[in-house]
Design a protein around this ligand. Structure first.
Ligand SMILES: [Ca+2]
Length: 182
């Protein structure tokens, strides 16, 4: 009986150590902003900070982590006044790591004059790998005037699919390597 109780106690003591280590090692999620006219990308720990940057400070209370309901609220919000509509014209779209607008995000913006896509302008992001988002996009939200064409390969090569407004990518899930907004 003495030996059996020792065997029970030892694994309990050992298991406490790796559990604490794993809890500290959970990686933070990333929410990045890609600018069409620049190769520079800025990443944030929360979607709140990414939206603050993407809207030039007009939206400061977006949720830290996103869901479909919150993204819909954000769209309504951007359409609510002349000031935010001007900002919304610079927002090309946001890509999400998971379906139904969850996980890490990559928000695409332009520094050009708004409104943008409705003026036959085109905004190219030829290598999603540059943003750590190659073959990862599972859902998309596009800006009010923009349609996103997703391509299977970098440089707008290979098969393509179109995303407009809020959509899960379904057959194009985790396949896109480049995106063109128009
Ligand atoms: Ca994915």
């Amino acid at each position: 009986m003495k030996i059996r109780s020792a065997v029970v106690v030892v694994p309990l003591v050992l298991s406490a150590v790796p559990f604490a280590t794993v809890a500290q090692a959970v990686p933070a999620s990333r929410h990045c902003v890609a600018v069409a006219e620049s190769s520079r990308t800025t990443c944030h720990l929360t979607f709140t900070e990414a939206m603050r940057q993407a809207t030039g400070g007009a939206v400061t209370d977006a949720p830290a982590q996103v869901s479909g309901r919150e993204v819909a609220a954000l769209r309504s919000r951007l359409q609510s006044s002349a000031a935010t509509r001007a900002v919304a014209g610079k927002w090309l779209g946001t890509a999400f790591e998971h379906a139904v607008f969850k996980g890490e995000t990559l928000t695409f913006i332009t520094m050009g004059e708004s409104p943008v896509c409705e003026n036959n302008l085109r905004f190219d992001f030829p290598r999603l790998d540059d943003y750590g988002f190659n073959d990862r996009i599972s859902s998309m939200e596009t800006g009010m005037y923009c349609v996103a064409r997703l391509h299977e390969h970098a440089g707008f090569q290979g098969a393509s699919d179109v995303a407009y407004l809020r959509t899960n990518l379904n057959t194009f899930n985790d396949r896109a390597s480049s995106i063109r907004f128009a």
